[in-house]
Design a binder for this molecule. Structure first.
Ligand code: UDP
Ligand code: MG
Length: 153
């Protein structure tokens, strides 16, 4: 089982879309293994978006991510990292396929609803950034036999 980090951005919280987005992960058959609301700050955003700090849009991105609290989630499933990235869609929501979260709920390349980890390695780093060990829960394994074939999990 893989685990990945999802952040429901202020564009989701402020537009009242938290339930809609969480529901998609639940309906897909992914387990919400951890979830909490937090306020991001300069320091953690510089770390989380370290690959973008030199970009001209970085100050604007940071401001947008601090406009309201966000919801951070640990999402678990077989190949959860790539499955969740696929559900998320392209970074620019105007180019994201209909049926993806960004494609269905957003018009923006910045206010694009969710963050999702882009690799197994980064998922582990990002989950450690936002969650303590005891905030991630093991439950739901009894259901795996209805979610997967016996040899899939
Ligand atoms: N972003 C932006 N302008 C850009 C590219 C990215 O505002 O030209 C923002 C956008 O909110 C995006 C985030 O920076 O989700 C992280 O960028 P990344 O390239 O990692 O895209 P993602 O992994 O979120 O699809
Ligand atoms: Mg990214």
């Amino acid at each position: 089982m893989e685990q990945t980090l999802v952040i429901l951005k202020p564009s989701t919280v402020m537009r009242g879309l938290m339930g809609e987005v969480i529901s998609r992960f639940e309906k897909k058959g992914l387990i919400i293994a951890g979830m909490k609301m937090i306020q991001l700050n300069d320091e953690i955003l510089a770390e989380h978006y370290s690959h973008l700090v030199s970009k001209p849009f970085f100050p604007m991105l940071k401001r947008s991510m601090m406009e309201s609290p966000v919801v951070v989630m640990c999402v678990r499933g077989v190949e959860a990292v790539s499955v969740v990235r696929g559900m998320t869609g392209a970074t620019n929501s105007r180019k994201a396929e209909p049926g993806t979260i960004r494609g269905d709920f957003s018009m923006s390349g910045q206010q694009n609803i969710v963050h999702a980890s882009d690799s197994v390695e980064n998922a582990e780093i990002e989950l450690n950034r936002f969650f303590k060990k005891e905030e991630i829960f093991e439950y739901g394994a009894d259901n795996y036999k209805y979610l997967y074939a016996e040899d899939e999990f």
